[in-house]
Design a protein around this ligand. Structure first.
Ligand code: KG4
Ligand code: ZN
Length: 363
């Protein structure tokens, strides 16, 4: 019988201010999950402005925590602990969360647990689908792209990752070059549904190289070249040109992710997992074409396919509260010296990927 534990989670590493309460025991329940996005604050700047983000977090965190407690119908004294994202991310935002969590833990006499934001994503399939260790994860978002074998709450082995852009970033840049709104992923997906993926011959980067590393910046440049050529030839783009470019780009991303997933699965299966499973997380997991292709790959190998609901794939604090409970059960606690870290790789033993994680703000 597992004793139920109830944790408050706090997340402020990029452009979502979030607080949530999770209770985990025999059953796991999300008692509240408050997320206040900042898209409108950054819209005019074409990207997240760290200073604006940090200020907004500092202004909104108290309110998010109060709402999370009140929606869960709990007082702070009824919690068993407080978990907070301590990195990686935009340092001003991470600091806002860490300082608030320290103050609350000290005032309420509760244990404090610092969480790696990426671990929060990586442990989410245990919260949503109760996956057992070890499982294979592909984390694909606006700032990250990596294959991980998740062996325990603090044990991650990176099998590969992007050496330049993350797929979400590439979706956003392609949207920008085609005049679509940001964040670009959903708009590119919508255009792609009416397009011919075979019209433009776009590259499948890094398939000729063994292993699971990925690259998306060359593909993005190839879309730019194809666009420029069309503009030169016909003085502009038709709606169908745009749809075909989106379809070609999306299919190329999906093909690359599928082939690299096959390789990652082969490597993961060497660990002889009792219940082989593959989980997808991050904003790009919302893409139906990518989701469907990866599910087919999992079926080829007989793996369970898990893609948590989107509200748990994108940044949220329920994943942080849950990861806090998982760490706490291992006997881990942090003191008032918990520091905020802009960079914090999950697998310290893996060599740095050239240029990857250069933003480190999103996952
Ligand atoms: O995980 P997330 O919400 O934020 C972080 O990056 O942390 O991911 C956002 C990214 C953006 O780049 C967005 O364009 C992409 O996920 N995205 C998509 C789709 N929905 C969101 N990319 C492709 N297809 C989608 N449907
Ligand atoms: Zn994230």
């Amino acid at each position: 019988m597992t004793t139920p534990l109830t944790f408050l989670g706090i997340e402020s590493s990029c452009d979502d201010t979030a607080a949530a309460i999770v209770r985990a025991g025999e059953r796991t329940e999300i008692l509240s999950n408050v997320v206040e996005g900042q898209t409108s604050l950054h819209a005019a700047f074409g990207g997240v402005v760290p200073e604006i983000a940090a200020r907004a977090h500092a202004e909104r965190l108290d309110d998010c925590v109060e709402r999370a407690l009140s929606e869960a119908k709990l007082r702070i004294g009824q919690l068993d602990g407080i978990a907070v994202t301590a990195g990686p991310g935009l340092i001003g935002g991470v600091l806002s969360g860490v300082m608030l969590a320290k103050g609350l833990a000290l005032a309420a006499g509760l244990p404090l647990v610092g969480i790696n934001h990426l671990a929060g994503h990586a442990l989410t399939p245990r919260l949503s689908d109760r996956l057992t260790f070890p499982y294979l994860m592909l984390l694909v978002s606006g700032g990250h792209c990596q294959f991980l074998v998740v062996r325990g709450p603090e044990e991650f082995k990176r099998l590969g990752g992007t050496i330049d852009d993350a797929p979400g970033e590439a979706f956003d840049k392609v949207a920008k070059m085609l005049g679509l709104a940001q964040p670009g992923g959903p708009h590119v997906e919508a255009e792609a549904s009416g397009g011919d993926p075979a019209r433009f011959l776009l590259p499948r980067p890094l398939l000729d190289r063994p292993g699971c590393d990925l690259s998306f910046s060359g593909l993005k440049t190839a879309v730019l070249r194809a666009r420029d050529q069309l503009i030169l030839q016909q003085n502009g783009l038709t709606r169908q040109d745009r749809r075909d470019l989106c379809a070609g780009f999306q299919t190329s991303v999906a093909d690359v992710l599928a082939e690299k997933t096959r390789r990652a699965i082969v490597s993961y299966l060497q660990e002889l997992p009792a219940t082989p499973a593959f989980a997808l997380a991050g904003g790009v997991a919302a893409n139906m074409a990518i989701r469907a292709k990866l599910e087919t790959v999992c079926n080829e190998f007989g793996l369970i396919f898990s893609a948590p609901p989107l509200r748990l794939c994108t940044d949220n604090a329920a994943m942080i509260a849950f990861a806090g409970i998982e760490r706490f059960r291992l006997g881990q606690r942090d003191g008032m010296d918990l520091s905020a870290r802009p960079r914090w790789p999950l697998d310290d033993s893996a060599p740095a990927l050239i240029g990857s994680g250069k933003k480190g703000a999103k996952a």
